[in-house]
Design a protein around this ligand. Structure first.
Ligand code: DAT
Ligand code: MG
Length: 138
């Protein structure tokens, strides 16, 4: 087995649309465990560190502005292969093409805004998860 922990964020659009419970319900229904959870108003410094890999890309500024536009729910989630497993629950980055049955596929769509408002973030590797959990649950 490979028991892992991952960082899940319910982004400002997910919190504003009252989807936090539905997202957590899916995580728990899959059998993953909630280890820690908090509502956070992220500041620029935290978001710059969180999204350092995307600095300089055309969507970076609108992404950071979107992420600081309202509170996010940060969750520490544990389970066997949960990093890959949550990415699978979340679905593809673009909510228009994310498969039905996934969080982004079922609830997300292209709102015609500058940045994809795709409801959730999930760490993409063991290294990212360790780095991101240290940032959000310092
Ligand atoms: P993911 O969130 O699926 O890991 P990512 O790490 O590549 O995707 O990008 C981080 C976020 O940035 C993503 O959730 C939405 C936004 N984003 C990514 N690619 C984008 C693009 N081409 N246009 C607009 N926003 C984008
Ligand atoms: Mg990513």
């Amino acid at each position: 087995t490979a028991i892992e922990e991952t960082l899940v964020l319910v982004k400002p659009d997910g919190v504003a649309r009252n989807l936090t419970g539905e997202i957590l319900r899916r995580i728990e229904a899959k059998g993953y465990s909630l280890v820690d959870l908090k509502l956070v108003q992220a500041d620029r410094d935290l978001l710059a560190k969180h999204y350092a890999e995307h600095e300089g890309k055309p969507f970076y500024e609108p992404l950071v502005e979107f992420m600081e536009s309202g509170p996010v729910v940060a969750m520490r989630i544990a389970g066997n292969r949960v990093i890959e497993g949550f990415r699978s629950l979340a679905g593809a980055t673009d909510p228009t093409t994310a498969a039905p049955g996934t969080i982004r596929g079922d609830f997300g769509r292209d709102w015609g805004l500058k940045v994809q408002q795709n409801l959730v973030h999930g760490s993409d590797s063991v290294e990212s998860a360790e780095r991101e959990l240290a940032l959000w649950f310092a």
